[in-house]
Design a binder for this molecule. Structure first.
Ligand code: URA
Length: 209
């Protein structure tokens, strides 16, 4: 699939299977999601540009590598996206955060915005949008629309489980936004849940069902 990277690392796939299991507790679900987010973060940052820097080790001077450019931004889509944030910040502690509050209207399934708070200079940074589920794609498209209104030019999307429809919608609206996922599932049910999926990610993270 063009523009889609599947994180097929055995650790990701193993953890995802436990995450999907309906008998996995809230506590374990949260911990696993955090662990998966670290591994997804590793994948999505794999090609970040580097620059040379002169340092002195206790033994000799050398030219080392550091990540070039401005600090990146993680943009969790509330509320389920928060389940991926801490693990990503663990790996990239200097990253900035943009919170995007969107919910799915249960009747229309369209995204409705209720909160948006981002770094003032977000337009100059690489933004990684995070949401465990890419289902209908409406929320993802709305989040990317909003970031582009703020002038953001470099956007990546990270999810745990995607549907083929969600990927098609996001990629057709925003072909410049590559997607990272741990799995692409069969499709959506009548309530727009991913099948087989893992259920409602927000409810499973926060134990609200
Ligand atoms: N959101 C979820 O949390 N789960 C789905 O399956 C689809 C959307």
């Amino acid at each position: 699939m063009q523009g889609v990277t599947i994180a097929d690392h055995p650790l990701v796939q193993h953890k995802l299977t436990i995450l999907r299991d309906k008998d996995t507790s809230t506590r374990s679900f949260r911990a696993l999601l955090r662990e998966i987010s670290v591994l997804l973060c590793y994948e999505v940052t794999r090609d970040l540009p580097l620059e040379d820097v002169e340092i002195e080790t206790p033994v000799a001077r050398m030219s080392g590598k550091t990540i070039a450019g401005k600090k990146l931004v993680f943009a969790p889509i509330l509320r389920a996206g928060m389940g991926l944030l801490d693990g990503m910040l663990e790996l990239v502690p200097s990253a900035r955060v943009a919170h995007i509050g969107l919910y799915r209207d249960p009747k229309t399934l369209k995204a409705v915005e209720y909160y948006f708070k981002a770094p003032a200079d977000i337009a100059d940074r690489l933004v990684v949008v995070i949401d465990p589920m890419l289902a209908t794609g409406h929320t993802a498209v709305a989040a990317v629309d909003r970031l582009k209104e703020y002038g953001v030019k470099q956007i990546r999307f990270v999810c745990v489980v995607a549907s083929p429809q969600g990927i098609d919608i996001l990629r057709s609206h925003h072909p410049d936004v590559p997607v990272w996922a741990a799995a692409v599932d069969e499709g959506l049910d009548d309530h727009a849940y991913i099948v087989p999926g893992l259920g409602d990610a927000g409810d499973r993270i926060y134990g609200t069902k």
